[in-house]
Ligand binder design. Structure first.
Ligand code: DX5
Ligand code: ZN
Length: 216
């Protein structure tokens, strides 16, 4: 089953509750982008905002940590209300990534790793067996509203093949530049979970935009 996760990075932060209500009828998950100004050049928001979002919705919260050495923050983000945490493979060495995943287990949240466009699909292999999701970035992380990198379709296909071999229950999410056209391409390449910021919040009717991504 396809899941659509609107990214609140593209919402109006002065009207965040209103913008969450706007997507609730059509969204499966809510995607929450945390940026530290080091792993990516941008700073978005952190724990207090996640807590506030948790208080205002029952939606599954898919929290994308674009943060150096994320192990330090796993417990805090789990307590703040994340249902799933994603850490970047480039944000720490393999020992640190494994430690972050162990912490997620202890905190009872679902576990995912993300790949920047530079990182090859095979990099997920040491972790794949235990993952709930792999996130393939289809833009360079850091900003909403960028153009989809078509070259990432190959990475999506490769990750899909690895998932089928090692852990078929694992979800495959894509993030960046997803619109009704690129959504078709990534779904065909094997994605089953789509993040969309501008395509949803840039639309007159965000719920209708989500349904369009689903191909309805
Ligand atoms: C980018 C973020 C994305 C962003 C996507 O670093 O991870 O989740 O919100 O925005 P769009 O859909 O506008 O590319
Ligand atoms: Zn994201």
């Amino acid at each position: 089953m396809i899941k659509i996760a609107p990214s609140i990075l593209a919402a109006d932060f002065a009207n965040l509750e209103r913008d969450i209500r706007r997507v609730e009828p059509a969204a499966d998950w809510l995607h929450v982008d945390v940026m530290d100004g080091f792993f990516v050049p941008n700073i978005s928001f952190g724990l207090p905002v996640l807590r506030a979002v948790r208080r205002c919705t029952e939606l599954f919260l898919d929290v994308h940590l674009m943060v150096i050495k994320p192990e330090r923050y796993i417990e805090a983000f789990a307590q703040a209300g994340a249902d799933l945490l994603t850490v970047h493979l480039e944000a720490d060495d393999p020992v640190g990534v494994a430690a972050a995943l162990r912490r997620m287990d202890r905190c009872g949240v679902k576990k995912a790793v993300a790949l920047r466009p530079i990182t090859g699909a095979e990099a997920v292999l040491p972790y794949l067996e235990q993952l709930d999701m792999v996130l393939v970035m289809t833009v360079e992380p850091g900003f909403g509203g960028q153009s989809f990198l078509t070259s990432q379709l190959e990475t999506v296909r490769r990750v899909r093949a690895l998932i089928e071999r090692v852990n078929p229950a694992c979800r495959l999410e894509v993030d960046g530049g997803v619109n009704p056209v690129t959504a078709r391409q990534v779904l065909e390449a094997g994605a089953d979970t789509l993040v969309a910021g501008s395509a949803v919040y840039g639309a007159e009717n965000p719920a209708a935009a989500i349904r369009a991504l689903r191909g309805e």
